[in-house]
Design a protein around this ligand. Structure first.
Ligand code: NAD
Length: 413
């Protein structure tokens, strides 16, 4: 389906979010194809009994972990990457032997209806039905009993999902969001850092769960960071991003208003323009943002990039650590000690050093949050494991027993 229907999928994404024709394969479909190929080639290995260490008492027994299907799972997807976020978990759910109900987000409506039309042509719809709809349909689904619920979206709804799951003691995976910081060390090559940050922040119009949410840097390099981003924006989107085929739009009016309200009272160092009729917000950078600003209180999930200045690496670590555990942290530095300290003294779902978002692309790494940014993990074998029960198996023989009692008369000789 992914290979056959690339054109239709790209058109749906264009209608939903003005996704560029280049970004669709790059951001969603190639990853999905890799995920499918990996599951097909590794399934026998993933599914095989996993022998574990034995004790003296079980030395001659079979001791292993057997992954088993959980049963029927529910996958609730989000709108920002509507194909990857519903189908990537589905690949692992199928590989692990489950049936799955797939609920795409209603906000990416073209993608949702295309998925509903296409999936039954490729998969058994009794086993993998697609249910479209909004809040009431999702709530109805959540009243049903499933063997696992895999939810991607914001943490407010994440709490509702967990509450509904608790009623049936159903385990959950919650792929949530939050504010992912990006620390730039003063000695780093700023041309490279700004290029990579600009791509990760403004691709999909900033609507990426692991996009760098804000920059932390020392005041001495702030203006050079702004200049580096300005030059990169010019290179990527030309002098007018609004007319660039590569620059996206905000998903709907509600989110447009929400993102614009975050900018209230601030003067943009770059960008700041908007057009509500097209749900266009220019790539925007705001300097010297105080930690108490509204921009710093919630996940931005749009093309606004605040810069918060800190005095040194200690201050940056302190700033990150006194906030909720983020989904991702980015560190740009050529100083090994700084990198080591950032890795050791902060925590997050994932981390990429000297780039942004790239840890997501490796299916050998588990992807997920920690604390408020989520619970559970997936990608590659991690998805298979997430949708499996790991059954503890001990198979003993009846031999090797010293029995002193006389055999009862009825026992087989
Ligand atoms: P959304 O509005 O599409 O909601 C996600 C799903 O929840 C949809 O299927 C929707 O139908 C359902 N839903 C919405 N309200 C509901 C309710 N009251 N009761 C039951 N179900 C309901 O997506 P969103 O939440 O706007 O997505 C953006 C958020 O998701 C951001 O916080 C982002 O960081 C996070 N996100 C995380 C990941 C990840 O992999 N960790 C990926 C993408 C997005």
């Amino acid at each position: 389906m992914i290979t056959d229907r690339q054109g239709e999928i790209a058109t749906a994404l264009k209608q939903d979010i003005n996704r560029s024709q280049y970004d669709t394969p790059l951001l969603e479909l190639i990853g999905l194809e890799n995920e499918i190929s990996l599951a097909v080639s590794k399934l026998a290995q993933w599914d095989a009994p996993r022998p574990v260490e034995k004790s003296l008492l079980t030395i001659s027994d079979q001791v292993y972990i057997q992954p088993e299907p959980l049963g029927v799972v529910l996958i609730i997807g989000a709108w920002n990457y509507p194909w990857a976020l519903t189908l990537q978990p589905l690949v692992g759910a199928i590989a692990a032997g489950n049936a799955a109900v797939v609920k795409p987000s209603e906000l990416s409506e073209y993608s949702a209806s295309l998925l509903k039309a296409l999936l039954p042509r490729y998969l058994d719809q009794e086993l993998y039905p697609v249910v479209c709809g909004g809040v009431s349909e999702t709530q109805e689904l959540l009243r049903q009993r499933f063997d696992h619920i895999f939810y991607t979206g914001n943490s407010t709804v994440g709490k509702l999902v967990m509450e509904a799951a608790a009623r049936h003691l159903t385990p959950v995976t919650l792929e949530l969001g939050g504010k992912s910081p990006c620390y730039i060390d003063k000695d780093v090559d700023l041309r490279v850092a700004c290029r990579r940050i600009t791509w990760g922040k403004f691709v999909n119009c900033g609507q990426t769960c692991i996009a760098p949410d804000y920059i932390l840097c020392e005041p001495s390099i702030q203006n050079r960071v702004v200049e580096g981003i300005r030059q990169t924006l010019l290179e990527f989107y030309g002098p007018d991003p609004k007319s660039s085929p590569d620059y996206g739009r905000i998903i709907n009016q509600r989110h447009f208003n929400r993102v614009m309200a975050l900018l209230d009272g601030y003067t943009a160092a770059l960008g700041g323009q908007s057009d509500s009729s097209q749900r266009y917000i220019a790539p925007t950078v705001v300097k010297d943002v105080p930690p108490y600003a509204r921009l710093m209180q919630e996940e931005i999930f749009g093309p606004l990039l605040p810069i918060v200045t800190i005095s040194d690496v200690d201050d940056a670590i302190h700033f990150i650590s006194e906030r909720e555990k983020p989904l991702a942290i980015y560190v740009f530095s050529s100083n090994k000690k700084v990198i080591k300290r950032m890795l050791a003294e902060t925590t997050s779902g994932g981390v990429t050093v000297n780039d942004v978002m790239m840890h997501y692309t490796l299916n050998s790494l588990p992807f997920g949050g920690v604390g408020q940014s989520g619970t559970g993990r997936y990608h590659g074998k991690h998805t298979f494991d997430q949708f499996s029960h790991h059954r503890a198996c001990l198979v003993k023989s009846l031999g090797m027993e010293r029995v002193n009692m006389p055999r009862p008369a009825w026992s087989v000789q």
